[in-house]
Design a protein around this ligand. Structure first.
Ligand SMILES: [Zn+2]
Length: 253
């Protein structure tokens, strides 16, 4: 395949993966079948035909409504498909080849975690573990960072947020972080190496501040105890850092 076609292939693959991820995110918490896919309308149970299952296109053609009952199709579905397409396209543009595909997988895992965190404040162990294992495996594609940096990244990511969470709880007497957050930072460390961890946390905090400001501008109250989905903030910070590493900026490599 000519190199210029790879980002396009990334977009197409992203749409397909995104459709699966959206189903995962919207159904997993209710433990409805994910394998069966988005095969029926969530509202009336109408069995969807092939032409109603095309990522993004079906949504646009049907104006976001079920053909049978006219119920609005969750916009989350199409948003996740678009985000996954964007991740696939950008990753394979930044690195046309195996490294780009690995980066796309990193991005798609982050996307699934971010969406579950925003919607359900839930970072499933199975997904954070997949993030960690795939990050260590990416080393075997001979792409930086070195394996030792990834292993230290995994441990340091997990331990640092665990300690911060314990400290916070002992001072404030309540949880400031979700239980999955340290595991997720560990998983990110397995991909980016330990040197990237401070930037992930600082980036996530900056994004969090921007989100809080935009909430206030829109008149949404931000109580001192409203819990920002830190996992999704880390995801937003981590993918650009992968791009930066890959584009040759390098973080001490
Ligand atoms: Zn319906």
């Amino acid at each position: 395949m000519p190199a210029f076609l790879l980002p396009i292939a990334g977009v197409v693959l992203g749409l397909i993966i995104g459709s699966f991820l959206a189903t995962l995110v919207l159904r997993w918490p209710d433990s409805r079948s994910v394998v069966a896919g988005r095969s029926s309308c969530d509202h009336c149970g109408h069995q969807l035909r092939a032409r109603e299952l095309i990522p993004v296109a079906s949504f646009v053609l049907q104006a976001g409504k079920c053909r049978q009952c006219g119920a609005t199709i969750a916009k989350d579905h199409v948003a996740i498909e678009l985000a996954a397409a964007l991740i696939g396209g950008i990753a394979l543009y930044a690195a046309p080849g195996a490294q780009g595909l690995a980066g796309a997988i990193f991005g798609w895992l982050l996307l699934a975690l971010a969406a579950l965190d925003v919607k359900h404040h839930w970072l499933p162990d199975r997904l954070t573990a997949t993030l960690a294992v795939s990050g260590l495996m990416a080393y075997f594609l001979f792409i930086p960072p070195p394996l030792l940096d990834r292993l230290i990244g995994g441990l340091a990511g997990f331990l640092s947020l665990t300690i911060i969470a314990r400290l916070y709880k002992s001072i404030r007497g309540r949880d400031g972080l979700g239980g999955g957050d340290p595991k997720m930072l560990g998983g990110i460390g397995c991909w980016l190496g330990w040197t990237a961890l401070p930037l992930v946390v600082i980036g996530a905090s900056l994004v969090g501040i921007l989100v809080a400001i935009s909430w206030q501008l829109r008149g949404k109250s931000v109580a001192a105890d409203s819990r920002l989905p830190f996992g999704s903030l880390m995801a937003v910070a981590a993918f650009p850092l992968w791009l930066y590493q890959t584009a040759g900026g390098g973080l001490a490599y």
